[in-house]
Design a protein around this ligand. Structure first.
Ligand SMILES: Nc1nc2c(ncn2[C@@H]2O[C@H](COP(=O)(O)OP(=O)(O)O)[C@@H](O)[C@H]2O)c(=O)[nH]1
Ligand SMILES: Nc1ncnc2c1ncn2[C@@H]1O[C@H](COP(=O)(O)OP(=O)(O)O)[C@@H](O)[C@H]1O
Length: 219
């Protein structure tokens, strides 16, 4: 099904909660463009751009890229694709980024994946990624057809440097302190300033601890 009107949506959730996996399904079903901040940063690292070289150490250590750099990068890219609908994955990660996005675009929906940290730690140790496309696999949940190779291109899969257990712990901590407040920001923004029409459309999606069940919880 391809939607006729432009939909602007954000998908949130801790690292490893399944944002990339779920985004691929949503964007295919609804004809939206998928924009992943992590994929954009990893493409810059792979191509050894100035930004990629500067940000690699920060990302490998599980720290967030500075807000001003990130907001400029993502908002510029969004403006280029804004004539079609989009689903934003990995941005905003701080309240400051959410405010920058809010000044530039009006969102229709925020989706939140609620997955316990212990489940995330297990998932990330078995995550394998095809860096050029951002496709992700999992040796338990959705293994590639040929072990170690991407289903579409046949190119090798890698384990991300920042999926090491000690870095994952740091990223989850940063999620708690810097990103969870963004959920509250959206609860307040949607409740206070949007019209009832928009409010009715806004949903939070909840997933069970195993990530399989789905609930629609109106804001
Ligand atoms: N068991 C299980 N694994 C999942 C599910 N969704 C994603 N995964 C796996 O968990 C890992 C993290 O998912 P990913 O989409 O990369 O998460 P992101 O970091 O939030 O974008 C990957 O190895 C996925 O294959 C799910 O619903 N159940
Ligand atoms: N919006 C953002 N603000 C700051 N840093 C970001 C942002 N998006 C991605 N990054 C950096 O890139 C890393 C990987 O991001 P991402 O691929 O979204 O990982 P995951 O979904 O596994 O958390 C983050 O840990 C962080 O260092």
């Amino acid at each position: 099904m391809v939607l006729q009107r432009v939909i602007r949506a954000v998908i949130m959730g801790p690292p490893g909660s399944g944002k990339g996996t779920v985004s691929a399904r949503i964007t295919k079903s609804f004809g939206l463009q998928h924009m992943s901040s992590g994929d954009i940063l990893r493409a810059n690292i792979k191509e050894k751009t100035e930004l990629g070289l500067l940000m690699k150490a920060c990302i490998d250590q599980g720290q967030l890229v500075p807000d001003d750099i990130m907001s400029r990068l993502i908002l510029n890219d969004l403006r280029k694709i804004d004539n079609s609908g989009w689903l934003l994955d990995g941005f905003p990660r701080t309240v400051s980024q959410a405010e920058a996005l809010d000044h530039a675009f009006s969102l229709d929906t925020v989706i939140n994946l609620n997955v316990p940290f212990q489940t995330i730690k297990e998932r990330l140790t078995s995550r394998w990624t095809h860096i050029p496309s951002g496709r992700v696999y999992n040796t338990d949940f959705n293994p590639p057809k040929v072990p170690g190779l991407d289903d579409v291109t046949g190119e090798p899969l890698v384990q991300r440097d920042d999926d090491r257990p000690e870095t994952v712990t740091r990223r989850l901590k940063s999620y708690e302190t810097q990103t969870e407040p963004v959920l509250e920001f959206y609860r307040l923004t949607f409740c206070n300033t949007r019209t009832m029409k928009i409010l009715k459309k806004a949903v939070f999606l909840g997933f069970s601890s195993k990530g399989e069940r789905q609930e629609n919880i109106p804001l």
